[in-house]
Design a protein around this ligand. Structure first.
Ligand SMILES: [Zn+2]
Length: 270
């Protein structure tokens, strides 16, 4: 009996960090109710149209609370023009819609401004990962297919603008472009973290749709001076933006008590 108890305790602990799939799906931590509601609202809105590049993959449940109800396997992003990802990735519906909008409304216009050509490919370092935030007990939004780490942009002429090399590049157009697409991403996502936020984000822009307290958004990453001839984008500092669109308010159904995904605006997600 004792052994069973130890197993149960061990699996409860392991399940919370993604280690015990045997129990995780039906017993143990559950995804917060707002996550299903956000997915359902997105699916019924028609914001994501399934196709060869956006394939429904069915429920992904566990280990622990990890996964999503009806996520997609995504190999290209964008709206009027689909742009391939460097590798297929798993995202929930609200993230697919947000990435599509970000590419269409923010990335492509800025690419035309800075480089006179469109982005034809997006490089990322991953989306789904059943894990907690580094150094914290709280689960990462990556655990819910509710985050993506974008590391580079391939331009039509074959050049690739990467966060790692471009952020502090002597080429002001690269530095400005990356700050612009990161800063304006605060309109589409609730968390945006870039190289100015901490050591863990030197080579990518982290985007997610976490629910922060009071409907705030966390946008950190771009305080460094832009090289000569460049332009400083002040909006990629900490700031809060009014909640809009499909992002439900905190006090909506499913809100209230501290659920996973809620954290104060000064905490950061990786
Ligand atoms: Zn990330």
């Amino acid at each position: 009996m004792k052994r069973v108890l130890y197993l149960v305790i061990a699996c409860t602990v392991a399940g919370s960090v993604g280690g015990c799939s045997l129990f995780g799906s039906w017993w143990g931590p559950k995804r917060a109710a707002w996550r299903s509601k956000a997915e359902n609202a997105c699916l019924s809105s028609g914001a994501v149209v399934p196709g060869p590049d956006v394939r429904p993959m069915g429920e992904w449940d566990g280990p622990g609370a990890c996964g999503a109800d009806r996520p997609f396997k995504v190999s290209a992003v964008g709206r009027s023009q689909k742009v391939p990802l460097n590798k297929t990735t798993d995202l929930n519906c609200p993230m697919v819609a947000a990435v599509d909008d970000w590419l269409e409304r923010i990335v492509q216009p800025r690419a035309m401004e800075q480089f006179g050509q469109p982005v034809v490919g997006v490089e990322h370092m991953g989306s789904y990962s059943c894990r907690s935030i580094a150094g914290r007990r709280q689960m990462s939004e990556h655990a819910y297919m509710n985050a993506i780490d974008v590391s580079g942009f391939k331009l039509a002429d074959g050049r690739t603008v990467r966060v790692r090399s471009g952020w502090r590049s002597a080429d002001a157009s690269e530095a400005n472009f990356l700050r612009a697409v990161g800063g304006a991403a605060c309109e589409q996502f609730t968390t945006v973290l870039g190289p100015g936020s901490d050591a863990a984000h030197q080579d990518h822009l982290h985007f997610d749709l976490a629910r922060h307290s009071k409907g705030r958004r966390v946008c950190k990453g771009g305080d460094e001076p832009v090289p000569d001839g460049g332009r400083m984008f002040s909006f990629f500092k900490d700031r809060s933006v009014e909640t809009t669109g499909s992002i439900a308010p905190r006090n909506g159904a499913g809100g209230g008590a501290l659920e996973d995904g809620w954290f104060s605006e000064d905490e950061i997600e990786e």
